[in-house]
Design a protein around this ligand. Structure first.
Ligand code: FAD
Ligand code: NAP
Length: 340
C-alpha cells in the first residue's frame, strides 16, 4: 500500500482548489481500507480522516492535516431479481454517471433523471442526490459502510438513512464516521417515467422522441444539463452551492406581495420551496467576479473558481451572498456543499 505525503488535492476536487493533504491513500476493498488504517495508526495515531469520492460536492478552505482516504471500490453485482425489480449493488468508487449509463443500457428504470450528476456512487446517499424530481431515496435499497471508530461493517436500510432534501444521517450525525463501501439500488424492469419536471418534455419533443425509453429520458437530461451547467473540467465548481430554501406558505405569501415575480414550488407538507438561484440573482450576484472567485453568469446558484481562487475566497463570497439574500428577503440560505 502507498501512503503519499504532502500532496496537492487540486486534481481531486472539481472546484480545483490547491490545498495539500498531509497523508493521502486510496483503497479498493474493505480489507485494504482496514489494512491501511492499521498501518497509518502506527505512525500517525490521532490523524484526522477525510473520505473522498469524486470531490464534486466539497470546498477545501485549508490544508488537510490528516489522512485523505480516496475510495476506489469498483464493480457492479446483481444481487437478486423479482417480478418488478432488479437489485444492483455498485462499488462506492464507481463513477455515478457510469452506473446510470449501465442501468440505461439494460433498460432498467429509476436513475435516468439523475444522469450526468458528477461524483461517485459512494457519495450518492450522502446528500440523497436529486435532480428533475427524482432522488436516490426513491431507488435506494441498502448500503454497507465501515465504521471508523468501531471497526465494523454496518448495513443501512432506506429508513436508517433519514433521507431528506439533500440530506441524510451521513451528512448530519454520522458525518465523517462511516466509509460507505457499496450501495444497492432497486431498479424497475418496467420503468415509470418522470418527464414533467423542468424542460425534459420539451427536450424530448425537440429530439423527436415518439416512444419514451430510459435511454431517451437520460439523453434529454444530458442535453439539458450540458447546455446549462458549467463543466468543472472547464471552470471549477461544485454544482449548486446552496440548497433551495423551504419556507412557510404564510411567509411565501408575504414575500409574494413584495416581490410578485418570486419563484415558489408548493411542497407536500404545505411549505413552499424557493429557487435559491432566483433570490441570488435578484441581489445582483449573477455573473459577479472578484479575483478568481465568482458567481456563474448563467446559473447564480453555482459559485465558480475561474483559475486560482482559494477556498477561503470562495467561502467568503458565499457568506456575502448569504448575508445579502437574508437582508433583502429575510430568508436564510444553507450551504449544500461540504466545507473542509
Ligand atoms: P465528494 O465531493 O467527494 O464528497 C462529498 C461528501 O461525501 C464529503 O463530505 C465526503 O467526505 C463524503 N463522501 C464521499 N464519498 C464517501 C464515501 N464513500 N463514504 C462516506 N462519505 C463519503 N448534486 C445533486 O444532488 N444533484 C445534482 O443535480 C448535482 N449536479 C451537480 C452538477 C455539477 C456540475 C457539480 C460539480 C456537482 C453537482 N452535484 C449535484 C453535486 C455532486 O455532484 C453530488 O453531491 C455528488 O454525489 C458528490 O459525489 P462525490 O463522489 O464527488 O463526493
Ligand atoms: P431549473 O430547472 O432551472 O429549476 C430551478 C429550480 O426550480 C430548481 O432548483 C428546482 O428545484 C426547482 N424546480 C423546477 N421545476 C420544478 C418543479 N416542477 N417542481 C418543483 N421544483 C421545481 O434548475 P436547474 O438549475 O437547471 O437544475 C435542474 C435540476 O438539476 C434540478 O433538479 C436541480 O436540483 C438539479 N441540479 C442540482 C445541482 C446540485 O449541485 N445540487 C446542480 C445542478 C442541477 P430542485 O433543485 O429542488 O429540483
Amino acid at each position: 500500500m502507498q501512503v503519499h505525503q504532502n500532496i496537492s488535492l487540486r486534481q481531486y476536487n472539481t472546484f480545483g482548489i490547491d490545498v495539500k493533504a498531509r497523508l493521502f491513500a486510496d483503497f479498493s476493498s474493505a480489507e485494504k481500507l482496514q489494512e491501511l488504517l492499521a498501518y497509518v495508526q502506527q505512525f500517525s495515531p490521532n490523524s484526522q480522516r477525510m473520505i473522498l469520492g469524486g470531490g464534486s460536492n466539497l470546498l477545501f478552505t485549508k490544508d488537510v492535516d490528516g489522512l485523505v482516504l480516496k475510495n476506489e471500490i469498483m464493480g457492479f453485482e446483481q444481487q437478486k431479481e423479482d417480478y418488478e425489480f432488479v437489485y444492483l449493488r455498485a462499488g462506492a468508487g464507481e463513477n455515478w454517471n457510469g452506473f446510470v449509463q449501465y442501468c440505461v443500457q439494460q433498460g432498467w428504470g429509476g436513475v435516468e433523471n439523475l444522469s450526468l450528476i458528477p461524483g461517485n456512487v459512494g457519495a450518492s446517499p450522502m446528500q440523497n442526490i436529486g435532480a428533475y424530481g427524482v432522488e436516490i431515496k426513491d431507488v435506494f435499497e441498502e448500503l454497507e459502510a465501515y465504521h471508523l471508530h468501531d471497526k465494523t461493517i454496518v448495513k443501512f436500510a432506506n429508513k436508517d438513512c433519514a433521507f431528506g432534501y439533500r440530506e441524510s444521517v451521513f451528512k448530519q450525525q454520522y458525518k465523517n464516521q462511516f466509509v460507505i463501501l457499496s450501495v444497492t439500488y432497486k431498479l424497475r424492469k418496467q420503468p415509470v417515467f418522470h418527464t414533467s419536471y423542468g424542460a425534459i418534455n420539451q427536450e424530448l419533443e425537440q429530439m423527436g422522441v415518439k416512444e419514451l425509453s430510459v435511454a431517451a429520458v437520460s439523453q434529454a437530461v444530458i442535453n439539458i444539463r450540458s447546455s446549462k451547467l458549467p463543466d468543472p473540467k472547464v471552470i471549477g465548481n461544485a454544482g449548486s452551492f446552496f440548497k433551495n430554501p423551504q419556507i412557510t406558505k404564510a411567509k411565501f405569501q408575504n414575500l409574494q406581495s413584495q416581490f410578485p415575480a418570486i419563484v415558489g414550488y408548493p411542497l407536500e407538507n404545505g411549505d413552499v420551496k424557493l429557487a435559491a438561484g432566483w433570490l441570488i440573482e435578484q441581489c445582483g450576484w449573477k455573473g459577479y467576479r472578484k479575483g478568481d472567485a465568482g458567481c456563474h453568469a448563467k446559473q447564480a446558484l453555482v459559485l465558480v473558481n475561474y483559475a486560482n481562487a482559494t477556498g477561503k475566497e470562495i467561502f467568503d463570497l458565499s457568506e456575502e451572498i448569504l448575508q445579502s439574500v437574508y437582508a433583502k428577503f429575510g430568508v436564510k440560505l444553507e450551504k449544500e456543499v461540504n466545507i473542509f
